[in-house]
Design a binder for this molecule. Structure first.
Ligand code: ADP
Ligand code: MG
Length: 342
């Protein structure tokens, strides 16, 4: 050991990858004393991830669990009693995420999100009918999501309403798993659920974690962001989209005010903050708002940092993380730092 550094057992970096969670790739990396102790931790993480994956799944029913598929199927007929975990999540979505996102991230927008999901899944994808979109937009009012704290039930005051938590479920889950790992004494790990990354601590030598920021529509990275103890959540059009065969691309992030894919000048939004769940809610919301409103939102609200990639290949980065980002060699994007003072 060097003087002044804690003498620890030599720890090695381990990782585990799963392909059956949240429709994406889940990776956990961490330092452990041995393969056995790592395996035990990874297994505990996997079973938690699996439970939240089931609870938040709107496409499948699971025996012995009341999840969002069941809520969507039954909550218009009568209040559905749900577990503490699912109830707390829905409360947070309605009371914290929705207002923080100025309504741009709306879990009650399932009626219109469903139309686009079906379009993406179809063999010859085409945008849904304008009439169908307009009709669905009449049924996305979050006030119709009725939560009863005493009975712990969920009820839809509008029978055409449906929930879709794709915009916040992964960030929320990453927070819960982070908390569990910390409680188990893990002080150095990375959790990645699709674009949702949670860094626990720093690397054992005290240096920051190095995260690649994806280049939209390419396989490589734009650059590297260094962080410790933070959530880093990216929303991008390139993540999930369809092409109508005539050169038009329709991606999965919708503007709830129009019912169409948000197209406000951004290719991706990365939010860096303390809580994965709020970063996830904001990554979607700021993508919907567009660069100018996102910048204004950041100035007015603060509490997080962000990196925006615009349609014209500009990278806008807030001053708090500007020093932590390095553009990869050979990239042609320009980087502009956003100052809080304007
Ligand atoms: P990703 O899932 O790629 O991490 P997001 O966090 O932005 O990206 O979530 C996108 C998903 O959230 C979509 O696939 C859809 O299920 C849902 N969604 C899209 N737009 C909205 C919106 N404006 N409000 C709420 N949910 C949305
Ligand atoms: Mg999101």
């Amino acid at each position: 050991c060097l003087p002044l550094t804690a003498c620890q057992k030599q720890q090695k970096l381990y990782s585990a990858t799963w392909f059956d969670l949240f429709d994406t790739v889940a990776i956990v990396q961490g330092y452990a004393d041995s393969q056995d102790s790592w395996n035990a931790q990874a297994q505990a993480v996997y079973s938690d991830l699996q439970r939240y994956n089931e609870l938040f799944d709107i496409y499948h029913h699971y025996d012995g669990v009341i999840n969002l598929y069941d809520v969507n199927a039954r909550a218009a007929a009568a209040p559905v009693q749900v577990s503490d975990e699912l109830y707390a999540f829905l409360r947070w979505c309605k009371d914290a995420a929705y207002p923080a996102a100025n309504g741009a991230t709306n879990i009650a927008a399932g009626a219109v999100l469903r139309l686009w999901h079906d379009a993406r899944e179809s063999d010859s994808p085409a945008p849904p009918d304008a009439d169908a979109i307009a009709a669905a937009l009449a049924h996305i009012d979050i006030e119709d999501l009725v939560l009863d704290d005493a009975a712990q039930t969920v009820y839809f005051a509008d029978p055409e309403m449906a929930l879709d938590v794709g915009a916040v479920g992964k960030g929320y889950t990453a927070d819960l798993v982070t908390e569990i790992l910390r409680r188990h004494g893990v002080s150095s790990a990375l959790i990645s659920l699709g674009g949702n990354i949670q860094a626990i601590g720093s690397r054992p030598d005290g240096s920051d974690w190095r995260l690649g920021i994806r280049a939209p529509w390419e396989s490589g990275n734009l650059g590297v962001l260094t962080v410790s103890d933070a959530a880093v959540v990216t929303s991008g059009g390139y993540e999930n989209y369809f092409d109508d065969g005539q050169g038009n691309i329709y991606w999965h992030i919708l503007d709830p005010s129009t019912g169409y894919p948000a197209d406000n000048g951004l290719q991706s939004v990365t939010i860096v903050g303390r809580e994965g769940k709020m970063c996830d809610a904001l990554s979607t919301a700021l993508f919907v708002m567009g660069a100018q409103s996102a910048e204004q939102y950041w100035r007015e609200n603060g509490g997080f940092e962000m990196l925006l990639v615009t349609d014209s290949g500009e990278i806008l980065i807030t001053e708090g993380i500007a020093e932590n980002f390095t553009l990869n060699e050979g990239r042609t994007e320009t980087v502009r730092v956003l100052q809080a003072a304007g």
